[in-house]
Design a protein around this ligand. Structure first.
Ligand code: C5P
Length: 220
């Protein structure tokens, strides 16, 4: 058995973007690199946890020493999360697409020569964080969500914590000019039942280590 404050504990981390198909060769995506979620999984592993890492198509490779489950769509991520539970803590760092294409084509869409344009229809994806946070039996003891905000970070993240039913929200200020989206640093406010903690701007690895230490403390 491993050592460390999280030895013997199973924790789940979601990370990366999702890809939502339009047809077999096209998809809708977002700019999430997966860097923060990957760093969190590595930091939890370093504290001795057994980590299930459910990741969309990320720009950075998954950490060594964790159980990696690769998915593409939000619905696949929801299924993989359900299959990976139970866990004592779950951290939802993935940038899950809010909508999928409801009328995705089974074959590559073609220009038909008339100039007529395709019309995409959308359907709402399952909210994985809210679903897990509101589970009765089998709910992880600690459910952590993320919030990317560009203004009123604390107020918006506090409202999100209540709306999602999770224990903590890690709020990022992703305003243009911060360089945080896709960058190496993060500026985080941690929202808990006790209020808001503004953390100094630091590297994503340092954010991950600090969050992992807090998770270990909460589970101890
Ligand atoms: O309000 P918003 O959806 O942006 O909240 C983001 C948080 O919710 C993140 O923790 C993200 O991983 C999670 N989420 C999710 N499933 C979704 C949408 C968001 O788990 N479909």
């Amino acid at each position: 058995l491993g050592a460390g404050p999280l030895a013997g504990r199973h924790v789940l981390v979601t990370s990366g973007p999702t890809h939502e198909p339009i047809d077999p060769v096209r998809y809708i995506a977002n700019r999430s690199s997966g860097a923060q979620g990957t760093a969190i999984a590595a930091a939890l592993r370093d504290l001795g946890a057994r980590v299930s890492f459910v990741t969309g198509p990320a720009a950075v490779p998954p950490p060594a020493g964790v159980t990696v489950v690769r998915v593409e769509t939000a619905r696949e991520m929801a299924d993989a999360v359900a299959a990976a539970l139970p866990a004592e803590a779950a951290v939802f760092a993935a940038a899950v697409a809010d909508w999928r294409v409801a009328n995705a084509a089974g074959q590559k869409m073609k220009k038909d020569g008339t100039g007529r344009l395709p019309a995409l229809e959308f359907a709402e994806n399952p909210d994985i964080l809210a679903t897990v946070a509101r589970m009765g039996e089998g709910r992880p003891r600690l459910v952590v969500g993320f919030a990317a905000e560009t203004e009123s970070v604390e107020a918006h993240a506090t409202a999100k914590r209540a709306r999602k039913g999770c224990d903590w929200i890690v709020a990022n200020d992703v305003s243009p000019g911060t360089g945080i989206m896709g960058g190496a640093e993060n500026a985080v406010t941690l929202i808990t039942a006790d209020g808001a903690e503004v953390w100094p701007r630091m590297g994503k690895d340092a954010v991950a280590r600090r969050l992992a230490a807090r998770i270990a403390e909460a589970l101890s």
